[in-house]
Design a protein. Structure first.
Length: 225
């Protein structure tokens, strides 16, 4: 089985192809502040050409369904559904917080994924590996990070995601330096290879799979004023 992974939920765009026999065959990940609509299909075509894989040989499309950038999420889900329809293949949506947590295989501590939502707010969730499987410990949420971090004071935790980078000093201030671990920056980027790995035993209904926003868009907030 071949899986094509597409992640455009943040500024990072990542495309990967995964084989259930050989594992990750290839991945392109770029961290650029551009609209993903400009380059997502170019990245898909380039990777497939490099690997000499025909899009018709893809059995499943895995896509990040958010949270993150509203525009990026919509682009990724639309592209994934379009490819799945056109090529009659399976589809699965994976939460971006799971993908970020999946960058680590640390079994010793809880893992907390944080995606920056600006102004000391974030999308967040905590996880723990049990029997080599990533287990979600709480609901996906968005909110004030100060309030959330107060609940993690006595838990030694590995913090991942662009929110962990941006708010590192805030995390250290609230939970204490002895209770927080930070990874190399490369592990804070969502990767399509991880997305594919998570999705290999899962499948969604293409008609009911929807993005996960968790919060209202800027346009919606402005409309309510």
């Amino acid at each position: 089985m071949l899986i094509l992974g597409i992640d455009t939920s943040t500024n990072v765009g990542s495309i990967g192809v995964y084989s259930d026999e050989k594992g990750l065959l290839g991945e392109i990940t770029v961290n650029i502040n551009k609209t993903h609509s400009e380059n997502i299909m170019v990245m898909v075509d380039n990777l497939l050409n490099l690997l000499e894989v025909d899009i018709k040989d893809i059995d499943k499309i895995a896509v990040s369904i958010g949270p993150g950038s509203f525009t990026g999420i919509r682009i990724g889900v639309a592209v994934a559904k379009g490819l799945a329809f056109a090529n009659n293949c399976k589809i699965v949506g994976v939460n971006e917080l799971d993908i970020i947590a999946g960058n680590s295989t640390n079994n010793d501590y809880e893992i907390c994924s944080i995606i920056d939502a600006r102004k000391e707010r974030g999308y967040y969730c905590s996880f723990k590996y049990e029997n080599e499987a990533l287990k979600q410990l709480e609901e996906y949420k968005v909110g004030e990070l100060r309030e959330y971090l107060e609940t993690r004071k006595n838990k030694k935790t590995l913090y991942l995601g662009d929110g962990a980078i941006r708010y590192r000093s805030l995390i250290e201030e609230i939970v204490g330096k002895d209770n927080c671990i930070f990874a190399n920056n490369s592990l804070n980027l969502p990767r399509a290879g991880v997305l594919c790995e998570i999705s290999k035993d899962r499948e969604d209904n293409i008609y009911t799979m929807e993005p996960v926003y968790l919060s209202k868009s800027q346009a919606e907030r402005e409309k309510e004023k």
